[in-house]
Ligand binder design. Structure first.
Ligand code: V47
Ligand code: SF4
Length: 389
């Protein structure tokens, strides 16, 4: 039985939104036009309740996290994305960093005996760090710790590496897979539509190139993620176009695990004059993504970028994954003005964060294999004030 207030809300819902609502409740896919309408006319509460409905239908209260660490081999980059606060052009490479294979192996060895399951390797596109350099690094990591899942290289890095080595995407990916590459992260997608891509990252791989690399990886049996950099100069149409291209590829291959909307941060980059999106807009973004990307199993909020309390909030707007314990080895967001300057959370803190908003924390591997269900385990109490600040 509906309360009189809920009945009033339903009555006052415009016809077109109520048709979309019915489709979502009956598990039907919504169209591009309907996705656009949600962005343009859906209120925060309306989108939140639908996004949460889809999230709970797929995952109940389960909220995944993983134990990972990052390696950023270099911030020297041949490309000049206007939103990037992190890279240094090759000509000024003295201002940047470049890690040797030995230095990176030292980072891997620091985690010996610790229960991390994944290393995430991503960085700038350095002209001297080529396919062979990275293949050798992958071999060394696997030789040292065979069970560590290696999620590495955005399609931007791969496209450059393969073109330089004169390899097709299939050849290049196969070579890296045999060296130890397990899956691809979702970076470099930004906004696919050329109207925007040409204004924010004109010189790197285009939409077709990005999608072709992920398709080739899926055909080789590798999984990957997909991101979207939102909240800058794009409009809702460009977001829907971006998500549609991903949804189509997912229909074809089924190889994507997770969609990760990344909020644009404006500190110290060539787009600092562009305002950042509000928290209301961020939550609407998650909810529409959860509703629209019906064939993506998971929706991730990257907590170092959003901050801890906003990450908690996102769990009621469609999100079912808040990434990893991460230590402070990642700089790409802190340099762009993210909430977390030294992002790092212990497992106990992550578990407490998730439990505090009445969701069920589950530690996962990269491919969402369950490692430990913390909803049924009592772990040492943590000071929530410390966890949340
Ligand atoms: O593609 C760069 C973004 C991405 C800014 O697959 C910025 O599990 C906001 O893709 N404001 C790289 N975002 C990181 C990435 C990622 C992160 C976490 C998990 C996974 C995964 C992938 O970082 C870039 C770009 O979209 N980025 N600068 C900025 N100013
Ligand atoms: Fe280079 Fe990536 Fe920064 Fe673009 S976003 S300049 S490709 S490091």
């Amino acid at each position: 039985m509906l309360s009189s207030t809920s009945a009033e809300i339903l009555k006052s819902l415009p016809k077109d939104l109520s048709i979309i609502q019915d489709k979502i409740y009956s598990g039907e896919r919504i169209t591009e036009e309907e996705g656009l309408l949600l962005f343009e006319r859906g209120s925060l509460s309306f989108l939140g309740s639908l996004g949460n409905y889809v999230r709970e239908k797929k995952h109940g209260d389960i909220t995944y996290f993983n134990r990972n660490f990052h390696i950023e081999p270099t911030n020297v980059c041949v490309f000049t994305c206007n939103f990037c606060s992190y890279s240094r052009v090759y000509a000024n490479r003295d201002e940047g960093w470049e890690l040797s294979a030995e230095q990176m192996m030292h980072m891997v060895k620091k985690y010996d005996g610790q229960p991390v399951t994944e290393v995430h390797i991503v960085g700038g596109v350095h002209p001297k760090m080529n396919l062979e350099f990275f293949a050798e690094l992958l071999r060394k990591i696997k030789e040292h710790r065979p069970s560590l899942h290696i999620k590495a290289f955005t399609a931007v890095e791969l496209d450059y590496m393969f073109r330089k080595a004169k390899k097709t995407n299939e050849e290049g990916l196969n070579y890296l897979k045999n060296a130890g590459l397990d899956s691809l992260p979702g970076g470099g997608a930004e906004i696919f539509h050329s109207e925007i891509r040409e204004r924010i990252c004109a010189d790197k791989v285009d939409a077709e190139g990005w999608l072709n690399i992920h398709e080739a990886a899926h055909k080789l049996g590798m999984h990957s993620n997909a991101t979207m950099l939102y909240g800058h100069i794009e409009n809702y149409y460009h977001r829907i176009d971006h998500m549609s291209r991903l949804r189509k590829l997912q229909d074809k291959t089924g190889g994507f695990n997770t969609f990760i909307p990344l909020k644009f941060r404006n500190k110290d980059n060539d787009m600092s004059h562009v305002n950042e999106s509000s928290i209301v807009e961020d939550m609407k973004m998650y909810a529409v993504a959860r509703i629209y990307m019906d064939n993506f199993p998971h929706l991730k909020a990257y907590w170092p970028m959003l901050g801890r309390q906003n990450a908690q909030l996102s769990l009621s707007f469609g999100v079912n994954d808040i990434d990893g314990t991460i230590d402070d080895t990642t700089k790409i967001y802190s340099m762009a003005g993210a909430e977390e300057q030294n992002p790092s959370m212990t497992t106990a803190e992550l578990v407490a964060l998730i439990k505090q908003v009445k969701r069920k924390p589950v530690e996962r591997g990269t491919l969402y294999n369950v490692i430990k269900d913390y909803s049924v385990i009592d772990i040492k109490e943590v000071d929530l004030n410390t966890a949340l600040n």
